[in-house]
Design a protein around this ligand. Structure first.
Ligand SMILES: [Fe+2]
Length: 379
C-alpha cells in the first residue's frame, strides 16, 4: 500500500517570528480577522500579537468568542464577524479550538454553506482564505495539519474536515506566546502532542518520513514535558516546536484508538482533548504492544529509557511505564472518576468510539469489547 506525506505550511519559529510573519501579511490579503478565545484575551496574548501584526499596516478585527470543543454555531458566529469586517485573511491565536474555527471560517467564506457540508475528505473545491496560525498551547498540532475538528451539537460527534487545501499558509512558533502558559495547560496539551507522535509512529499509515519526525518529537517531549509543566520558558518553547513536529508527523500517518476514545469522551462530556488523551494513552499502548513490539521499544528509547539487553517485549513495556510516570509527574487527571464520568456511560461511549474516524489507523484491530475494556481500565 502506498503512503503519502504533505509538507506545508511554512513554519516561522524562534524569537521575532511574529515580526517576520507581520511583514508577509500584505502579500496575502487586505484585512485581517483574528479568531481567538476569551482566555487568550484575558492573558494579554491577543494584545501582544495584535500589536506586532499592526506593523503590517493592515486593518485588524477580532472575534474572541471561541469555546473549547467548538461547534457549528461557533464557526458561524466567527464567519458572521468575518463577513461584517470584510476580512480576507484569518489569523488564529490559540489552541486547537481557535485554530480549527479559523480554518473552518476560511473554508465557508469561499465555499458557502455550513461547515458540516464539508465533513470528510476533500469535500470542497474552492481554496479557503489564507490562514495564519499562532499556536498558544503545546499540543494540538492543528497549526500544521490539513484538517479541522468541529463538534456537531445534535449528535455530539466530532466531525473531521480534511483537505490538502486546508493547510494554514504560515504557522508562527514564537517563544513569547507560550512563555506564560499555565503548567496545567502545558501538561495536558503536551500530552496531546505526545499522543500524536506515539499513535502516528505505530499507526498503519506510518512511513519513513513521519517516523523520523515522530521519533524526534517523542525525544523532545520526553525531555521537556515535565519542566514545561513547571513553567520553564525554554522547555515550553521546545514543546511548542515538538508539538508542531508531531502535527506534521500524524496528519498523513494517521492516529489510532487513543484519539477514538478521547474524541468520543470530548464529544459526550466536553472533556479537554489533551486531558482525555492522557487518560487513555498508556492503556492503549499496552493494548497495541503485541502488534508492534519493536516500535514501542524504539519509543521507550526515544523517551530516554535504557533498554539495553532487554527483549523487544520488555523494552516495549518500558514505553507505557514511562508514559504513566510522565502523567504522574505532570499531575494530569488519571481516571474517568476524577472527571465525574459515570461507569454507566461506558457502553454508549464505546459504541460511538467504534465509529470514530481515527480508529481504523490503529495498528491492532479494536472491537467493541476492546474499547469497552479500555474505558474501564481508565475508570
Ligand atoms: Fe489530538
Amino acid at each position: 500500500m502506498s503512503r503519502s506525506f504533505s509538507s506545508p505550511p511554512r513554519l516561522i519559529m524562534g524569537e521575532d517570528a511574529l515580526e517576520t510573519a507581520a511583514t508577509q501579511l500584505p502579500s496575502l490579503g487586505t484585512k485581517v480577522l483574528i479568531v481567538t478565545d476569551p482566555g487568550i484575551v484575558a492573558a494579554g496574548i491577543h494584545d501582544q500579537v495584535h500589536a506586532i501584526l499592526t506593523d503590517s499596516g493592515l486593518p485588524i478585527d477580532t472575534f474572541s468568542e471561541v469555546v473549547g470543543n467548538p461547534d457549528i454555531a461557533t464557526v458561524e458566529k466567527a464567519d458572521a464577524a468575518r463577513a461584517a469586517a470584510g476580512s480576507d485573511i484569518v489569523v488564529a491565536i490559540g489552541g486547537g479550538s481557535s485554530i480549527d474555527v479559523a480554518k473552518s471560517v476560511a473554508v465557508i467564506a469561499t465555499n458557502g454553506g455550513r461547515i458540516g457540508d464539508y465533513e470528510g475528505v476533500d469535500r470542497f473545491s474552492t481554496p479557503p482564505l489564507p490562514v495564519l496560525v499562532v499556536p498558544t498551547t503545546v499540543g494540538s498540532g492543528s497549526e500544521v495539519t490539513k484538517g479541522a475538528v468541529i463538534t456537531d451539537p445534535d449528535t455530539h460527534v466530532k466531525m473531521v474536515i480534511v483537505s490538502d487545501l486546508m493547510f494554514a499558509r504560515i504557522a508562527i512558533l514564537d517563544p513569547r506566546v507560550v512563555a506564560g502558559l499555565p503548567g496545567r495547560i502545558a501538561a495536558t496539551t503536551g500530552m496531546d502532542a505526545l499522543t500524536h507522535a506515539i499513535e502516528a509512529y505505530v499507526a498503519k499509515g506510518a512511513n519513513p518520513v513521519t517516523d523520523a519526525i515522530n521519533l524526534g518529537a517523542i525525544e523532545i517531549i520526553g525531555q521537556n514535558l515535565v519542566p514545561a509543566s513547571q513553567g520553564d520558558p525554554e522547555a515550553l518553547y521546545q514543546m511548542l516546536v515538538a508539538s508542531s513536529m508531531a502535527g506534521i508527523g500524524f496528519h498523513d500517518a494517521g492516529l489510532g484508538a487513543v484519539h477514538a476514545l478521547a474524541n468520543t469522551l470530548g464529544g459526550h462530556f466536553g472533556i479537554h482533548h489533551g486531558t482525555a488523551n492522557a487518560l487513555f494513552l498508556p492503556y492503549v499502548m499496552d493494548f497495541n504492544l503485541p502488534a508492534a513490539p519493536e516500535r514501542f521499544a524504539r519509543i521507550a528509547q526515544a523517551l530516554g529509557e535504557d533498554v539495553a539487553g532487554l527483549s523487544a517485549e520488555d523494552a516495549a513495556r518500558r514505553a507505557s511505564e514511562r508514559v504513566h510516570r510522565l502523567a504522574e509527574e505532570t499531575a494530569v487527571p488519571r481516571t474517568l472518576t476524577e472527571l465525574d464520568i459515570p461507569e454507566d456511560a461506558i457502553p454508549a461511549l464505546a459504541a460511538d468510539a467504534l465509529g470514530q474516524a481515527d480508529l481504523p489507523g490503529n495498528p491492532r484491530e479494536a472491537s467493541l469489547q476492546d474499547l469497552t475494556d479500555l474505558y474501564r481500565r481508565a475508570l
